[in-house]
Ligand binder design. Structure first.
Ligand code: BV8
Length: 256
């Protein structure tokens, strides 16, 4: 097996992972970067280069120009469907199988965690693969995609929209409650591929630390969280997570 480019995981961290009763992971767009999906803060490419995603992912953008927003999501939906889960997604799915208790909390909407085999999963910001009626909120499986306009709900005629949480929209209450409970109860929180700037998700690491959990940041770059974690593993999640899994297999006592 190719030697991981990433330096070995600190022994104390491997031991803590092996001894943990309950590990949670919080992921952001960075874990999908090695699957070829642009992260939120990277400059958008092509047609979307002139737009700031934080401006587009809002109810007001959709109200003002529904076709532009609908097409941006249709483009991202195709990108996500064409992407493959990477070694980082797969390592998290394996950790779920090996650890006594594991919950994956994702901010991502690309569905790659599910395709990698993760089951104990909370989607804080919805899923780009799902479309719903903008009035009734009901999920729509199929829709006619007219070339020059946004599809409408067959039952009430309102515009369809992606089933994602836009800025200034509240997160699904049950998903947020599950994530907040996990932050309070877990022994270890892995914070992977997130700039830790979008709330309320960005508040989870502080809650975990305040409850006594070991907080581990996995990110090639520093973030506002970096000064408040127990371990900062500076590398791409596609290399670091397999190394973390290998350290568990090498000696962690918690493996099932
Ligand atoms: C809400 C779905 C109540 C759509 C998204 C304080 C408290 C509460 C709310 C707020 C607050 N302050 C401000 C707010 C409002 C706002 C907010 O947080 N704004 C920010 C900009 C300050 N929050 C909200 O509006 C939330 N709603 O709070 O409701 C409310 C109601 C009314 C008024 C106010 C509050 C809703 C937030 C959800 C928005 N929807 N996504 C879509 O995807 O189109 S968020 C979207 O951006 C993504 O889902 C993602 O979560 C986020 C981007 O963050 P990241 O995932 O971290 O990605 P990013 O690109 O930033 O970073 C990537 C990282 O990966 C980098 O660090 C990079 O170094 C790293 N990386 C790169 N390569 C790799 C890597 N890491 C590992 N491996 C690699 N190879």
């Amino acid at each position: 097996m190719a030697q991981n480019a990433f330096a070995p995981v600190p022994r104390a961290l491997a031991d803590a992972l092996g001894a943990a009763r309950y590990v949670a992971a919080l992921t952001g767009a960075g874990i999908s970067a090695e699957s070829g999906l642009a992260t939120f803060r990277e400059a958008q490419t092509g047609l979307w280069a002139r737009f700031d995603p934080r401006e587009l992912a809002t109810p007001s953008a959709f109200a003002k120009n529904p076709k532009l927003v609908w097409e941006w999501y249709a483009w991202r939906r195709e990108q996500a469907a064409a992407a493959e889960p990477n070694a980082g997604h797969r390592a998290l799915a394996e950790l779920e199988r090996r650890l006594p208790r594991f919950l994956l909390i994702t901010q991502n909407v690309d569905g790659l965690h599910q395709r990698a085999g993760s089951r104990n999963l909370v989607e804080l910001h919805g899923n780009i693969g799902r479309v719903k009626c903008s009035r009734e909120g009901t999920i729509v499986e199929r829709w006619d995609a007219p070339r020059d306009s946004v599809p409408r709900c067959a039952s009430c005629g309102a515009l369809l929209r992606p089933d994602v949480v836009w800025f200034e929209e509240t997160l699904p209450a049950d998903a947020l409650a599950q994530a907040e409970a996990a932050a309070r109860e877990c022994d270890m929180l892995l914070v992977i591929g997130t700039s830790a700037e979008v709330y309320p998700a960005a508040a989870l690491p502080a809650s975990a630390r305040a409850s006594g959990a070991t907080v581990v940041e996995i990110n090639p770059h520093a973030t506002p969280l970096s000064a408040r974690v127990d371990y900062a593993l500076r590398g791409p999640s596609g290399a670091v997570l397999p190394a973390l899994l290998a350290s568990l297999e090498a000696g962690g006592s918690g493996a099932k």
